[in-house]
Structure formats: structure tokens, C-alpha cells
Design a protein around this ligand. Structure first.
Ligand code: T4K
Length: 364
């Protein structure tokens, strides 16, 4: 049996089947129906944010926010992220300007200052692995340079920064509810903001620019979430705390097994903040481990553990983005990071097996 990174968490089947019956009986399948509105209300409540706008995925969500903010020219962002962050901007004619990250894997505020110029319209931070950026510092820099600030919060549902839930920082934030995320709606995304006008613009733009039945007030796209997607999101939201508990227990076990291994460092979230523990991220220091990250990865794959080297090689090294300046920390992480399987379906025995395989790989 293969162990995957990102095996979807599943809801209570009966809850979902009942919702499907209800949706079919109502004939309301999409276009801001009651399940979408209920999901949005539940998320505003959970995150303590004023507005949540459900969309079909986070990639489209990022584009809608960028359009609603009226961005032009350049957007400063990390290259150490999933390719969607940058592709979303390129696809709507904005130019990603890649900034290096710090050892915590988040965009480095001091480097942003060097990249801001007259063409910069925004900073796009990424709360990678659920670890929040230095949001307050970024808010200060954005204000100072009069540029917009938004966040790719794809990994960060339920995480907090300075005691405040992610979803409340910058002009807007965008979560992913993709199947591989800790709460999923099959596919889906959520835009959050505390700005009334921005929320209105996002709602309009996810529905072709429509306000009411036949009043098109702006350009827009089809970024709507359907009712069955929202029902899945609601069913998963009900189980969110169990998912986090299971992830956290797994994380603690991984730390226990891996901490003493030479050259294997586990990335630890800030214990004083809320976290979803949805990714178990280790860094392999080849000099200390005596073996490369890729050798460990290959050994795990040979043994049916489908660990991942997210997000190799860094977006700035992808052919469609070259030429790009060197980003030393991004390159270092791209050579070292290994993401291990977790989630409620991964047992303590599974984790023991994964860690034993890593140990064997070190001794080969
Ligand atoms: N920003 C960031 C920082 C992101 O990480 C992402 C998405 C986005 C933005 C964009 O969000 P969305 O537009 O997707 O809402 C996955 C996901 O496709 C992607 O959503 C996610 N990040 C990224 C980190 O991971 P892959 O290519 O690694 O997924 P895949 O298909 O290899 O799935 C992982 C494993 O899970 C597989 O080995 C098998 C298993 N699996 C997967 C799916 C989808 C299943 O068993 N069943 C399934 O239905 O990209």
C-alpha cells in the first residue's frame, strides 16, 4: 500500500450524501446558492474575518484579488512556493518579481525593499506550509511604498500569527480547498478580506462582473464555487479540529523519530500559534547526513512512500521564467526539502516505517 503526501481527507459520507439529496431536490446547483453562503458564513466565523468569498480554486482566487485590487506591472513574491502563485499572476499579465526567502521559508522583508520600484503594484506573500509570513513587517513596507499587499494562504487554514487567524492580514488572503489540503471541497478556494469594497469587487468578478440578475458592472471571470463543492467544504469544516489533532499527533511522532538522525532537520511551527500541521517538512543536509535528499527520496519511493520534493527547483528556475536573478536561500531549500506523508489516514506505524526507511537510507 502506497503512502502519499496529500492523500485527501474525507468527510462523513452520510453528511455529504444528505447534502447531495438536498441540492438535487432544490435544483440549485451553483451561482451563489445556500451551501456556498453557509460555507462563507462558517469560514468568516472560524477565521474571525469580515468577508469570505468562495471561489472555484485558489489560483483563480489570487487572480480575482489581483484584478479587484487593480494591480498593474510588477508583483513581488517568493519563488519558493507552488508554481500556481506565480502562474496566476503571469496569466493575467502581471510580472512576478522573485524575492528570496529566509531560513523560515517566508519572503524576506529586507530583500523586498531592494526590489520595489515605480512599476511595483503589490507584494504577494506566501504562508508556506502554514507558517505565516512576517505579516506586520510586510504591512508596514506595503504602506511605506504605497503598494498593495495580499497573501497566498493556500496552506494556512486555521493558522495564526500574533494570536490572529491568517485570513485577516494585508488587503486580502486566499486559501486553497483543493483535495490535498487539510480542509477540502474537492476543488475550491476562499478569498478573505476585512475591506467591504474589495469583498464586493471580488464577489462581482467571480461572477462575470454581474450584480443582480442582468446588471454587468465590471469585467469578471467564472470563479464560482458550486453547491456540491461547498457542501464538501462544510462537511470537512465540521471535522477540522479532528484533522488538526491527527496531524499534530503525527508531527510529534515524526519529531520523536527524526530528531536524533544526523543531517535531518524538521521544520517546526511556532508552538505559541495555532497551526494545522498539514505538511511535515524536513531539510536534508547532505554533508551531515552523508547522503543526498534525492537519494533518500528515491529510497522512499522504492519502498512505496511517495514523499515529495516540493517545490523543486524554485519557480525562478523554471524555463518559462528565466532569466532570473540568483536566490541563494531558495536554491538551498530546493536542494534540501523533503515533504513526508501525514494526515488522519497515516498511522503511527506508518510513521515509524517512514522514519526507519530514512534511517536505512542514511546508512546505505
Ligand atoms: N498556492 C500554493 C502555495 C499552493 O500550494 C497551491 C496548490 C496553490 C496556490 C493553488 O491552489 P489551487 O488552485 O489548487 O486551489 C498539489 C495540488 O494539486 C495543489 O493544489 C497544491 N497546491 C500542491 C502543493 O499540491 P500535486 O501535483 O502535488 O498533486 P498530486 O495530484 O500529485 O496529489 C498529491 C497526492 O495526493 C498524489 O500522490 C495522490 C494523492 N491524491 C491526490 C488527489 C488530487 C489522491 O489520492 N486523490 C486525489 O484526488 O499538486
Amino acid at each position: 500500500m502506497k503512502l502519499h503526501v496529500g492523500l485527501p481527507n474525507l468527510p462523513n459520507n452520510d453528511v455529504l450524501y444528505r447534502a447531495l439529496d438536498d441540492i438535487l431536490a432544490s435544483h440549485r446547483l451553483t451561482n451563489n446558492g445556500p451551501y456556498v453562503r453557509k460555507l462563507e458564513a462558517a469560514i468568516t466565523e472560524t477565521l474571525g474575518v469580515k468577508h469570505a468569498v468562495a471561489v472555484c480554486n485558489a489560483t483563480i482566487g489570487l487572480q480575482i484579488v489581483a484584478k479587484a485590487l487593480g494591480l498593474t506591472g510588477e508583483v513581488i513574491m517568493p519563488a519558493w512556493t507552488f508554481v500556481a502563485t506565480a502562474h496566476a499572476m503571469e496569466w493575467i499579465g502581471l510580472k512576478p518579481i522573485f524575492c528570496d526567502v529566509s531560513a523560515s521559508h517566508s519572503i524576506m522583508p529586507s530583500r523586498i525593499e531592494r526590489l520595489v520600484n515605480d512599476n511595483t503594484s503589490a507584494i504577494l506573500g506566501v504562508h508556506l506550509w502554514g507558517n505565516p509570513c512576517l505579516c506586520r513587517t510586510l504591512e508596514f513596507i506595503a504602506r511605506l511604498h504605497e503598494v498593495k499587499l495580499f497573501f497566498d494562504a493556500a496552506h494556512a487554514f486555521g493558522c495564526s500569527y500574533t494570536g490572529r487567524r491568517v485570513g485577516n492580514f494585508g488587503d486580502a488572503e486566499v486559501f486553497s480547498l483543493h483535495a490535498t489540503k487539510c480542509i477540502n471541497s474537492f476543488e475550491g478556494g476562499i478569498i478573505t478580506t476585512n475591506d467591504d469594497e474589495l469583498a464586493d469587487a471580488c464577489r462581482r468578478m467571480r461572477n462575470f462582473g454581474f450584480v443582480n440578475f442582468d446588471d454587468v458592472q465590471s469585467f469578471g471571470t467564472n470563479g464560482k464555487m458550486s453547491e456540491i463543492h461547498a457542501a464538501m467544504g462544510l462537511a470537512m469544516l465540521d471535522q477540522f479540529s479532528q484533522v488538526v489533532d491527527a496531524n499534530k499527533a503525527n508531527f510529534v511522532l515524526y519529531v520523536e523519530y527524526l530528531e536524533s538522525l544526523p543531517g535531518i532537520y524538521i521544520l517546526k511551527p511556532n508552538a505559541h500559534e495555532d497551526h494545522n500541521y498539514q505538511y511535515v517538512v524536513v531539510e536534508v543536509d547532505q554533508a551531515a547526513a552523508g547522503v543526498s535528499r534525492d537519494a533518500i527520496l528515491a529510497y522512499l519511493h522504492e519502498n512505496n512512500v511517495i514523499a515529495r520534493r516540493y517545490f523543486y527547483p524554485g519557480i525562478h528556475r523554471l524555463p518559462m521564467y528565466v532569466p532570473s536573478r540568483a536566490l541563494p536561500m531558495t536554491e538551498r531549500l530546493a536542494e534540501r526539502v523533503l515533504v513526508l506523508p501525514t494526515g488522519p489516514s497515516v498511522s503511527g506505524n506508518d510513521i515509524e516505517r517512514v522514519c526507519s526507511l530514512i534511517k536505512e537510507a542514511l546508512c546505505k
